[in-house]
Each structure stands twice: as C-alpha cells, then as structure tokens.
Design a protein around this ligand. Structure first.
Ligand code: BGC
Length: 463
C-alpha cells in the first residue's frame, strides 16, 4: 500500500516536472537587458491600426449598435456605464487630419477595417457613398506615403446578416465571401495587404461562450461551431480572392490573437489540465486548422468536434498575430465556476485585466512561426490611462519581438494598437490604448508622452 502511494506520488512528480519542462513560463531578468539594443532587417515596416466600429462613428446598422442599445436579462446595459460607440473618434470625417497624425509617428503603414454594414446596408444593396469614402481614405493614405492595409471583418456584422444567423450557419458564409470579393475588386489595385477576419476566436468565445459580445450567448458547442465557420469563411475568402485580378500578387492573411493560459500553481495537476483545455480551444484549434486543415476539439463529456478540410492547410499568405498578454488560471470548485484568473505578486498590471508580459510576445511569435508563414504583428499595445507604463511596454515588447527576429523568425512588420483612444468594445471609452489621447467632447488629439518611445524606436531603426 505504502509503495503504491509512493509510486503514484513519484509518477505525479515526474508528470509535473515534464509539463514544466515542456511548457516553461519564460521570465527574463529585465535589469540585465538593454532594450535599446535592436536590430531590424531592411524590409521590416512599422504601422499603426484601428477598426471601423471603434473609430469611425455612426456605425448604426450593425450588430454592435444593437448590442450597445440593449440590456441583459438583469436589466444591466451591455457596455460599461451604458456607453455607446456613437460618434466615436469621428474618424469618418476627420480621417485627413488623422493621416497627418499617422505621418508624425514616422510609420509607413496603417491598418483599417471596412465596415461591412456601411458598404452593404441591405442584402441586395451596395452603398456608393461608402464605397467612395473608403476609396478616398485609401487614396489619401497613398498620397501621404502611408500604405493602407485592409481588414475585411473586425467583429461587426450588418444587422441583416445577423438576423439570418450570422456565422452560426455555414450556409451564410457565402454572403461574407461576396462582400469580400466586392471590396477586393474595388480596392485591390491599390491595396496589397489584406486581412480576412480579425480574431475569430475572440469573436466566437466572447459572443458565444462568455456572452460578453453580441449575441450574448453562453454555449460552448455553438462557440466552436461559430469558430469553425469563421475559419471556413477565411479559407473560402482566401481562395475566392486569389482567383480575382491582383489576387495572385496581393497578400491575404488571417489575424489571430494569441493569449497563453499558464497554470497559476505550476505544481498543481488540475491547473495544468484547465490550461491545456483552454489553450487547445483558444489557440491550438485555429493553429492546427491553418497548419493541417484540421479543427478538432475533444473535451470528455462536453464536446467532440471534428472538422477537416485539406485545402485549408497553408491557405494564408501571412499570419497576422495580435498579442497583448497571458492569463494565469487556477482550478477551483466554487460558484459553479471551474477556473479563475489570478495575478502574480510582481505583475505590472495594464488597465485591462491582464499584466504586462513581453516574454509572452516572444513565446507567441515562436509558436506561430511553426506555420512557416511570414508573421505580421497586426496588433500590440497597452491600455494605460495614466501613461505610466506605455513607454516601458513599448520598449520591452519590441525588444521581445526583436529577439525572435534575431533568432531567425520571419516577422515582416509591426502595427501598434492603436492610433488613438477609441471605443474599446464592452469597456466602452474607459480603456486608453491610443498613441494619441482623444478628448471626446472636442475631438482634439494629443500625442501621449509614452508614445514617444515608439517614435524614437522607429527613427533609430531607419538609420
Ligand atoms: C481587438 C481590438 C481591441 C484590442 C484591445 C483586439 O482583441 O482586435 O479591436 O481594441 O484587442 O483590446
């Protein structure tokens, strides 16, 4: 009996030791690191990014508009303090002034998204004014030597598409493909870099598992179906655009957020298990789909989902990586919740419910480099209202990215999220991610002190 217990104990220790070895939570000694020691290849470019619903204003024909104007089953507004995106940064009208601000940063690229509901307000109608507007934005960017990069889907759907069930139904995907073909036919002569879908995992899990994005559902099976449909949509859009004029030469990629789930107690088997499952659902499923064309999930007693499409393997010209941070998970058996987010004593917290973790950026880049596609950092940035840690964040995260590049990973560019403070989804206007601070009463923009570190790095790398 005693020897059995000792045997089990030793087996447990070996297993935990193996997990720790295989998935180390990298930590660097920042005191010994000179973050200004950077070295970028000649072709590397810098940019900044935004998304239509967050900045344009008057996005009142999409699912987020409905969401912002609704309440949950307890009568609580969906967005913090009942905020609405409303006029946002009025970027729709102020884009020319904003392009001047982009130029002042010294970046060469600007990532925007096209608001589907403005281009196609109804199933059978394309809006010529909206088409003209984006065409003007693109022309103005190019005239100012800023390369436009287009995202075709950044969290929002037209109301008509949502009413049909949106991405819950595979048979609806062709509507999105048609919209993408239309946009590509219009702008692909001038725009060379295309992102199909922004963060399919975030869309699916926030909307269908956490219930915090529209439609506010909490159903893991449906979340997996929606995620699968978004991945299928990416593949279909990819092949459809490749067949169009300019398709062959333009680069078309998907954008994925990587967020690692690390065990809070590295000695606790159950913390490892919950992290393994969460990582699988949140990160690995999409990566495996892009690499092998397989989107499979098996969680005993809960879900056994299989999807395979050989054509999907490798169907992306680049991997768009969004990275912010990681999460520590602890297993628990309280209030019907099995896991809880924990923070470490020395964590430098951002204003979002996660800490600064530049080493995780390095880990994420290394992880996605296994797909053997050029990597584009499509988003990276920090919510820091007091501007206390923005400068540190920028220098450490860029250092981490540079380290991966120096070790041979093919990262081709970096977009800082975001140009200016904007509507941060459920958080409303509380989160300040902007390089520029925005006064929403006057629409005045002001460069933040901490953002100067970004400008300095760009200037140094140009030398
Ligand atoms: C999204 C952005 C968002 C940012 C900061 C990303 O998940 O693509 O729209 O503002 O994170 O939370």
């Amino acid at each position: 009996m005693v020897s059995t217990i000792i045997g089990i104990f030793i087996a447990y220790l070996i297993l935990i030791f193996y997990f720790n070895l295989k998935h180390p939570e990298i930590r660097w000694n920042w005191k010994k690191i000179n973050t200004s020691n950077l070295n970028f290849p000649k072709y590397f470019f810098w940019g900044t990014a935004s998304a239509a619903h967050q900045v344009e204003g008057n996005c009142n024909n999409n699912n987020w508009y409905k969401w912002e104007n609704s309440i949950d089953e307890n009568g609580t507004p969906r967005i913090k303090n009942n905020q609405k995106s409303g006029n946002a940064c009025n970027h729709w009208n102020l884009y020319k002034e904003d392009i001047e601000l982009i130029k002042k940063l010294g970046v060469s690229h600007y990532r925007i998204s096209i608001e589907w509901s403005k281009i196609q307000p109804n199933k059978n109608e394309f809006d010529t004014e909206a088409i003209h507007h984006y065409s003007e934005v693109i022309n103005n960017l190019i005239a100012n030597n800023i390369t436009p990069v287009i995202t075709l889907h950044h969290f929002t759907n037209p109301i008509w598409f949502d009413k049909m069930g949106g991405f819950e139904k595979e048979e609806n995907i062709h509507f999105f493909v048609n919209f993408c073909k239309k946009i590509f036919s219009l702008y692909s002569k001038k725009v060379k870099l295309w992102c199909t879908i922004n963060e399919p995992g975030v869309y699916a899990f926030m909307g269908y598992f956490m219930g915090m994005f529209p439609p506010g559902t909490k159903n893991i099976k449906l979340a997996i179906t929606v995620l699968t449909n978004l991945l299928i949509a990416h593949t279909r859009v990819y092949y459809a655009l490749k067949k169009l004029p300019n398709g062959k030469h333009n680069k078309i990629g998907i954008v994925k957020n990587i967020m690692q789930f690390d065990p809070y107690r590295r000695w606790h088997f159950l913390d490892w298990i919950v992290c393994k499952i969460t990582n699988k659902v949140y990160n690995k499923m999409t990566l495996s789909y892009l690499e092998k064309g397989r989107a499979n999930i098996y969680i005993p007693f809960i879900i056994n989902h299989k999807y395979e499409d050989k054509q999907a393997a490798g169907a992306t010209d680049f991997f768009g990586l969004n990275y912010y941070s990681h999460i520590h998970l602890k297993f628990q058996l309280k209030n019907k919740e099995f896991l809880v987010n924990k923070y470490l004593k020395n964590d430098i917290m951002t204003d979002m419910p996660y800490a600064m973790y530049p080493e995780g950026f390095y880990r994420a880049i290394k992880l996605v480099s296994k797909l053997n596609k050029p990597i584009l950092i499509t988003e990276n940035g920090v919510a820091d209202k007091k501007d206390n840690i923005r400068s540190l964040f920028i220098s450490r995260y860029i250092y981490a990215m540079n380290k991966a590049i120096n070790e041979g990973v093919n990262v081709i560019g970096y977009f800082y999220w975001t140009l200016m403070d904007n509507f941060e989804w459920v958080e409303g206007y509380n989160m300040k991610f902007g390089l520029y601070k925005v006064n929403f009463s006057t629409q005045k923009r002001e460069l933040r002190e901490g953002s100067k570190t970004f400008i300095k790095i760009i200037n140094e790398t140009k030398k």
